[in-house]
Write a protein that binds this ligand. Structure first.
Ligand code: CO
Length: 349
């Protein structure tokens, strides 16, 4: 049982935590179903599900599995009066709690389990590293594929990424792969379409694999042909910004400082208004989780967090460049991918 969660209950003088959101419930109990309630008290861990999920819950979770109808009785039996709930539950769920579990005081909490999830265990790190190894292989394959075949469309490549990733052991994609050629890459979350991969422009890839529920995240921007001075300047600005931000990633630093390293550099090079998103985020059971690298972030980095660092510059109607790596926060932080990213390595002549 998470000792941080026990400390939280103790410090806040709470009798327990009733976890309803899917990913937090899965993280703490192992149960992957879409409905259920996980109750942690100072002494017990119990998973309450309806009849549809009983067998699956017993198979997946080490906690005692009970029928959801027994929850009220169980709270009474354990004399539970004050329970933490998450601020992300639905109003319908909150309504249900108030009607069905009378006499309980609700303490609405924010990001308690999310902050615990940000720090990865050895097992979690293994899943994410495996995802990253598959990404590296897929990317090498795609670079070759592009050299061999002409006239490919964005969606042909997206499909090839998915096919290759699954063949190499990914259960699914971490999200729909982004493949964006030329002006399409100026939209950070472009959806791959029938656009043909042409010449003398950038081709941006952003994709990740899912292993045992754990996501991974990665972006490279290739160039087909010969880059102009402006194209090379933008690429190298993004690359240097990413390197400056990665150098900052260490135990105890504020997430906003990492954002500032990348954003400040891009602003200095006069591309500030073309860097339109955060510098990065944590990765785990969700593709975007804590910590969050933004100007206003209050997060602080801790050992064994996995974070992405992914600055970008997007010039409307022209092109976009983003470079993203996952970094393991430790005494000596380490980039997880082994793929190069200097401009020369990214050029397909
Ligand atoms: Co990302």
């Amino acid at each position: 049982m998470s000792s941080e969660l026990q400390d939280f209950l103790h410090d806040e003088n709470l009798d327990g935590f009733l976890v309803l959101t899917k990913i937090n419930r899965q993280y703490l109990s192992g149960f992957t179903g879409s409905s259920g309630m996980f109750l942690i008290t100072k002494k017990r861990m119990q998973l309450f599900v309806d009849g549809r999920y009983t067998l699956r819950a017993k198979k997946e979770s080490a906690a005692v599995v009970k029928d959801i109808d027994k929850l009220a009785l169980e709270l009474k039996r354990q004399k539970i009066k004050k329970l933490a709930i998450e601020d992300k539950i639905t109003l319908a769920q909150f309504g249900w709690l108030k009607v069905n579990l009378k006499g309980v005081k609700w303490e609405i909490t924010k990001d308690i389990i999310e902050n615990i999830r940000a720090v990865k265990t050895k097992e979690e790190l293994k899943c994410i590293s495996k995802g990253s190894r598959i990404i590296d292989q897929v990317f090498r394959h795609i670079a070759k594929f592009l050299k061999q075949k002409r006239g490919l469309r964005e969606l042909d490549i997206a499909l090839e990424i998915e096919k290759t990733g699954k063949k190499l052991g990914a259960e699914e994609m971490a999200f729909d792969p982004i493949v964006a050629f030329g002006p399409n890459a100026a939209s950070p979350h472009h959806f791959p379409g029938k656009q043909k991969i042409g010449r003398n422009n950038f081709l941006l890839f952003d994709f990740g694999m899912k292993i045992n529920g754990y996501h991974s995240d990665f972006t490279r921007t290739l160039f087909l042909g010969k880059p102009s001075n402006q194209q090379a300047r933008v690429y190298n600005t993004v690359l240097a910004a990413q390197q400056k931000a990665i150098e900052k990633v260490r135990i105890g630093i504020k997430a906003s400082e990492v954002d500032k390293a990348a954003r400040g550099f891009i602003q200095k090079k006069k591309y500030g208004k073309y860097f339109t998103h955060n510098t990065g985020h944590g990765v785990g059971l969700e593709i975007h989780e804590l910590p969050n690298f933004s100007e206003k972030s209050k997060d602080v980095l801790a050992e064994n967090m996995i974070v992405t660092v992914e600055p970008g510059i997007y010039l409307p109607k022209k092109f976009g460049v983003r470079i993203e790596d996952m970094v393991l926060v430790s005494k000596k932080s380490r980039i997880i991918s082994s793929l190069p990213k200097d401009l020369t390595s990214m050029i397909i002549p």
